[in-house]
Design a protein around this ligand. Structure first.
Ligand code: ATP
Ligand code: MG
Length: 778
């Protein structure tokens, strides 16, 4: 197709930034308004105007997005031309450039890229070597801190030249953080390794220190385009700024309402300040949404309206009203999974839909388990994006390996996986000897181990004891399996083998997530046996469960071009679209996440995340929540997310009667929700005499044992706490646990309601309720 035809398919507002060949420009527009399409068409247009694809740099948020854009451009200009475009994520593009230029920075060109796990491990060992308390210097937290320094271009030297930063770390009880940072950078350098942040930081270093290199790339990238500009961090921002400085042919597109990576240092000001950064910036706005129905567009508008920090935008659509957003409540997360799976099944049947037309989006990866189980039962193929299928995760495979050994001790793969995990001092030499003997006697390794005293393998008695202890342990599990159900057994195994203790040593978020995954596995087993009991009153059902799971992993083999339902976190779904979208786990503490409700800005980021989720839907959106979820084999209740209530009823259709929860919302909206431990509010609530509200009186109320009211173990926070609020005065410099150092600008209210307005060095101005904010005057 001719380029003119492509351009003529765009509306006028979209054509303008496509046809402005030169100069700086920014397109700010809501979801689904064609920003990405403008970028794609613009690239094709530039090429049609004789711009060499080698001179075009396009930065996307995911590699998937880059691939898709490339293939669309190939449709217009031909494959061989499209191939020469520099198109990819910041990390992939600049890793490529760094390989060319590595020697200038003293790195080998085949430098290793450390992933987060590598980085955390390295930091842990540094902390250990320095004999620091790892409960104070939590490795993951330390890495986050280092990461935020790197993304703000604070190098080790800059750090040591900045007394305020050192002071702030000292105040948060980590006076030696700078040393850890220095050692970490040093060790990475010696190992010829860069972590993710280094790819950006070192690019900045390269462009700063070597003017000739900067000129070379400025000259190469005559045209620069950036998608999802709202999510660039400072380091990325500076790279774009440096590279585009010479020709100033820079086109960025973004939507402030979809900024969802502030927690990783993305800076929304990049979009707000763009006009100041370049001369003669053209600002374009797109208002027509082509993706979604009226119901979805308007509901999404009504959500984002609740945010205070935003650019005012118009988003409308000429599309049909479409069906209302369907809201569904279920009793448990597995029922939620079944609802989603059967709804997908019905749509497929009635409307001849493909699996690929459906997406299931969740806030946290652990939620995929219930969805996977339900989809499998319905024989609906699915694909998990970002992250392994639940049953392929290492910690899950470890538990499953023990369970497999109980059922079949000859299972060699399972044995090898766990014989020395957690570590029991059974080394590789021993394993080699066992394998040789097993081959010689034509027996399984486990059988060799059972007879270890009768075979001369030249093992010392210590090793022999370790092997027979392992055998005894597995046999004891087999005995339990005779009399107890699979949930009891699995729970016992995770404890007795030391697996859970092993994981508990790792207090990083990843470590905690692994324990949560094991918890999820146990919940899954519990669900499974409950189901089995219903069918045939089966007691154990371990082997059936394992078979079920084995088939699940079989189905997950790479099948990228097959037609599958997409499962992913909302963060990963940015920029994508699907006819049907299920946003699951719409519950308080899950979405919005319990960890993101401490400040207004965190809550607003969660709300933007919800906006992103909803605007992925082209035709029909479902919001589902469960009244209770299994945690460690126990039902824990949950309330519907405030986000559901925030959508006007005009756009909703309730498939189940409405349940309303506590109104945390009003507290947040009072703007005093500074740094509040939310659990206190929960306990506070019954005292203030407000019972949970139910929409209608004939609405079934939950069982007493799954009622939301938690035991009143802690007292209600009161005004005369031990906080130095009475002594606090305007002008005081204070230290806050989370926000660091700040200056008191204003005080208002009295007693329990006393609030302080504080300008923090990092994070800006916040209003905190003094009875909660732990402030120290310094
Ligand atoms: P997001 O903010 O979610 O990234 P976006 O602004 O990048 O969204 P696109 O993905 O470019 O929006 O476009 C949304 C959908 O609308 C796509 O399917 C795109 O092909 C289609 N679209 C965009 N512009 C037009 C148009 N002028 N005519 C028809 N379809 C269009
Ligand atoms: Mg887009």
């Amino acid at each position: 197709m001719e380029i003119q035809q492509y351009i003529s398919q765009l509306n006028e507002a979209q054509q303008a930034p496509v046809l402005q060949k030169d100069g700086p420009m920014i397109v700010i527009a809501g979801a689904g308004s064609g920003k990405t399409r403008v970028l794609t068409t613009r690239i094709a247009y530039l090429m049609s105007q004789g711009v060499d694809p080698f001179n075009i740099l396009a930065l996307t948020f995911t590699n998937k997005a880059a691939r898709e854009m490339k293939s669309r451009i190939a449709d217009i200009v031909g494959k061989s031309e499209a191939k020469n475009l520099w198109m990819g994520t910041f990390h992939s593009i600049f890793a490529k450039i760094l390989r060319f230029e590595a020697d200038k920075l003293g790195f080998p060109s085949n430098f290793t890229i450390y992933d987060t796990q590598d980085s955390v491990r390295l930091i842990s060992s540094i902390i250990k070597e320095m004999q620091l308390d790892k409960d104070v210097y939590k490795p993951k937290q330390v890495l986050n801190r280092i990461s935020s320094y790197k993304n703000s271009l604070i190098t080790v030297r800059a750090y040591f030249n900045n007394p305020e930063l050192q002071e702030a770390d000292a105040m948060s009880k980590k006076p030696r953080l700078g040393e850890v940072y220095e050692k970490y950078v040093d060790r990475c350098f010696k190992a010829g390794a860069m972590d993710f942040d280094d790819l950006l930081l070192r690019t900045n270093e390269l462009l700063n220190r070597f003017p000739e290199v900067l000129m070379k790339y400025q000259d190469r990238f005559k045209y620069i385009l950036v998608d999802e500009y709202q999510d660039t961090n400072h380091s990325q921002y500076l790279i774009v700024k440096a590279l585009s400085d010479r020709f100033q042919n820079i086109c960025v597109v973004g939507d402030d309402a979809q900024s969802i990576y502030a927690f990783r240092g993305a800076n929304i000001n990049n979009i707000l300040n763009f006009q100041k950064d370049y001369d003669g910036v053209e600002m374009y706005r797109l208002e027509q949404n082509y993706r979604s129905t009226k119901n979805i567009v308007e509901a999404a508008n009504s959500i984002i309206d609740k945010n205070k920090v935003k650019l005012e935008k118009v988003v409308w659509t000429a599309n049909d009203d479409g069906p209302r957003i369907k809201v569904h409540r279920s009793l448990t997360d597995s029922e939620e999974g079944r609802f989603v799976a059967s709804t997908i099944f019905e749509h497929k049947m009635k409307e001849q839909r493909k699996n690929g037309d459906f997406a299931i989006l969740y806030r946290t990866n652990a939620q995929s388990r219930a969805m996977e189980d339900a989809l499998r039962k319905r024989d609906i193929p699915y694909r998990i994006y970002g992250g392994l299928s639940f049953y392929q995760r290492k910690e899950i495979k470890d538990v499953l390996a023990y369970l497999r050994l109980i059922i079949n001790p000859k299972d060699e793969e399972a044995l090898m996986r766990v014989i020395n995990y957690p570590a029991r001092g059974i080394g590789n030499t021993t394993l080699e000897k066992l394998t040789i003997a097993a081959n010689h006697y034509d027996r399984s390794i486990f059988e060799v181990m059972e007879n270890i005293d009768r075979i001369d393998l030249k093992l010392n008695s210590g090793t022999k004891n370790k092997l027979s202890d392992f055998v005894t342990m597995i046999k004891s599990f087999q005995v339990i399996n005779e009399s107890q159900d699979a949930f009891f057994l699995a729970d016992h195994v995770t404890k007795k083998t030391g697996l859970v203790q092993e994981l508990k040593k790792d207090a990083t978020p990843e470590g905690i997530a692994r324990i949560e995954n094991i918890e999820e596995l146990l919940n899954g087993i519990k669900d499974f046996i409950e189901g089995q009991k219903e069918v045939d009153g089966a007691r154990g059902a371990l082997s059936e469960f394992l078979e079920d799971v084995a088939l699940a992993t079989d189905m997950d083999k790479d099948t990228s071009d097959e037609d599958r339902v997409a499962l992913m976190t909302i963060h990963l779904a940015k920029g994508l679209e699907f006819p049907y979208v299920f946003v699951v786990g719409m519950e308080e503490d899950l979405f919005p996440s319990a960890m993101s409700m401490n400040t207004r800005s965190e809550l607003e980021e969660e709300r933007r995340l919800f906006y992103v989720a909803l605007t992925r839907a082209e035709y029909q959106a479902y919001l589902t929540y469960a009244q209770s979820r299994y945690r460690w084999g126990k039902l824990v209740d949950s309330e519907p997310s405030r986000f559901i209530e925030e959508i006007s009823e005009n756009y909703l259709e309730h498939l189940t009667p409405i349940q309303t929860g506590y109104k945390f919302k009003s507290m947040i909206d009072n703007d005093i929700f500074g740094d509040v431990d939310k659990s206190k509010y929960r306990q506070n609530k019954p005292v203030s005499g407000t019972p949970p509200k139910w929409a209608t009186d004939d609405e079934p109320k939950p069982d007493a044992n799954i009622r939301r009211l938690k035991p009143m173990s802690r007292s209600v926070p009161s005004g005369n706490s031990n906080m130095p609020d009475t002594k606090l005065a305007v002008g005081n410099v204070v230290m806050h646990e989370r926000f660091g150092k700040g200056k008191v600008l204003n005080l208002e209210g009295v007693g329990a309601d006393k609030k302080a307005e504080i300008r923090f060095d990092v994070g800006g101005i916040k209003k905190l309720l003094l009875r909660f904010a732990k402030l120290e005057v310094i």
